[in-house]
Ligand binder design. Structure first.
Ligand SMILES: [Zn+2]
Length: 348
């Protein structure tokens, strides 16, 4: 009996807490800033716009970074954010791009809904600009396949939270430029200092981008820094760029996470991509699309990434194979032979 009573009061409290949360969430949604946020310089030739999305009340907003890369008068947009902030992104782009410069490409790290949100508006605003993505993402861009169910309760909740489009995405085939090679630069778009590397796992055709001019790696969702860890505050925290906040002697840190959600993610490939990003190329700063610390402008050093990779079984296995001289140990080799397998378990 006591248990029942306890349960019913718990239910009432939970319902109240949820209602207050929803009210706060709606209030926050109603208070969207009217002025468009501008892209802010991260480093030479690289700019970012950070959007925030709160899928559920009480959860801290997940940051979503959209980048702009510039070389001379050629610009490329990297990812298109969430649908809820599509108008702001288009406006920020208009404000940031000098009138005589060219948007040469809209490059997608992958086509999850939180990375393609403004595509319909961008296709209209920039009718001659191609959408560049790896061929593994093509069916998800043309509307042939879907990363999340386009209808049902889940879809309604995602639309309500502003992370899913009102209507399924359908990029006209003639607007798509598909990448087939495992690694190549974007010189055909006037961007010689931008190179893509195929980093599958999170999605079948996920790519990361190396901006060689600024020694910055844009890792997309190959890894994220949204896993919280609460620890006792230490003296060294003042210099720790991963500290998101401090409270009552505790610090909240953003820890790396290989975001691998079924059914679109392949865990083994995601881990291999992570190891490759940690050890397979040189850069000073790694920026992920979702990073609580640094607001998408802080980044991770390669040494910090390597320290994480050293603790991952897959990376240990690959470096052991590399030390033994096995071709399997060369993470790059895997990408050269990688065939985009037909995944049967996507939602249709
Ligand atoms: Zn994402």
């Amino acid at each position: 009996m006591q248990l029942n009573c306890h349960h019913s009061s718990m239910r009432t409290i939970s319902a109240l807490v949820l209602l207050v949360g929803i009210a706060l969430h709606l209030l926050q949604r109603g208070r969207q800033p009217s002025a468009p946020p501008a892209f802010k310089p991260v480093t030479d030739g690289l700019y970012s716009l950070i959007q925030r999305c709160q899928p559920l009340p009480f959860l801290p907003g997940v940051p979503i970074a959209v980048y702009l890369v510039r070389e001379g008068s050629s610009w490329a947009l990297v990812d298109a954010g969430v649908p809820a902030h599509a108008g702001q992104l288009v406006e920020a782009l208009r404000v940031t791009l000098p009138p005589n410069d060219t948007l040469a490409a809209i490059i997608l790290t992958h086509s999850h809904p939180d990375h393609v949100g403004a595509l319909p508006q961008l296709l209209q605003a920039y009718p001659h600009v191609p959408v560049v993505a790896h061929e593994g993402e093509a069916p998800f861009l043309t509307g042939e396949k879907h990363y999340s169910p386009p209808s049902g309760l889940g879809a309604r909740v995602a639309r309500w939270a502003g992370v899913a489009p009102e209507t399924p995405l359908q990029v006209p085939r003639e607007r798509l430029h598909l990448l087939e090679e495992p690694l190549m630069d974007f010189s055909s778009y006037g961007l010689e200092e931008l190179v893509y590397i195929v980093t599958p796992g999170h999605t079948p055709g996920h790519i990361s981008l190396l901006h060689s001019a600024s020694h910055t790696l844009l890792a997309g969702d190959a890894l994220s820094f949204i896993r919280p860890s609460l620890r006792r505050a230490r003296d060294s925290d003042a210099r720790d760029t991963r500290v998101v906040g401090t409270l009552a002697g505790l610090t909240l840190r953003a820890e790396p996470l290989t975001l691998c959600l079924k059914p679109s993610c392949d865990r083994a490939k995601a881990d291999t991509s992570f190891c490759m990003l940690a050890d397979g190329m040189q850069y000073d700063n790694l920026l992920a699309s979702h990073d609580w610390a640094g607001g998408g402008r802080g980044g991770w050093t390669q040494a910090a990434l390597q320290a994480v990779a050293a603790s991952m079984p897959r990376c240990q296995e690959l470096s052991k194979l590399a030390a033994e001289g096995s071709p399997d140990g060369d993470a790059h080799a895997e990408y050269e032979v990688e065939e985009q397998e037909e995944e049967e378990d996507e939602y249709e």
